[in-house]
Design a protein around this ligand. Sequence first.
Ligand code: PAF
Length: 284
Amino acid sequence: MILCKTVEELRNEIAIAKTAGKTIGLVPTMGALHEGHASLVKAANQENDVVVVSVFVNPTQFGPNEDLDSYPRTLDADCKLAEAQGADIVFAPSPKEMYPSEDMTWVEVTGDVTKVLCGRSRPIHFRGVTTVVSKLFNLAQPDRAYFGQKDAQQVQVLKRMVKDLFFNLQMRIMPIVREADGLAKSSRNTYLSAEERQAGLILSKSLKHAQELFAAGEHDPQKLVAATTAMIKAEPMADIDYVEIYQMPDLNECPNPMQGENLLALAVRFGKTRLIDNTILEVK
Ligand code: PAF
């Protein structure tokens, strides 16, 4: 496996792969890789000749009081995990390499898809994500790009960007990977104390409860939100940021009764750690 730290090094490797007619799968990450990322790299390895994993803690997607400085940075372990899952190239640039100048070009998706949920709590977040992912797409020129459904809103924002900017690639979205007890895998789980981690199980439990109500015929989004919220509020360590349902794909307001595919999304703080989780509720 090759470790590229500069744009030039990555471009050279991509040129070699393209000249040889090879297909490229890109897995964009911020590092601190876990089994969720491993499932993306594995899928990319099955579907492409060359797999590029980017490891870059992207400063432009963090707000002023967020965890940019404390975000875990574990490049050696990340390279090992990526290689074990079949990565050919790890691209781990410095912030200066990705953002050489303070004057820069932003890529921004507008509309409900970036305004609601995390867009409301983290106003500059998605502009940072779309900007860095555009750069990565231009550099790696992937045939397919791999993202996890855990970041459901990010997935919808990026799909919209790919459509609007005519990026010539396939978006491959992999299911949420969970611990045996239901906690969704996240690089931020390492911040949790033992008590907070235990309390965090309320997220997957409340989503399961909502799925059961939905399957039993409850298609009123307000009632589903109320039932999910009540269950999370009963956990004393949980501090709710949002519990909301929006209509897919662009996260517009949900009609009552619900129709088509809908996203039930949660963001909840346990101590200083903000966890997200979600499920799709589809009216067939
Ligand atoms: O999901 C992430 O880890 C990041 O938001 C991404 C897509 C790598 C962009 O920095």
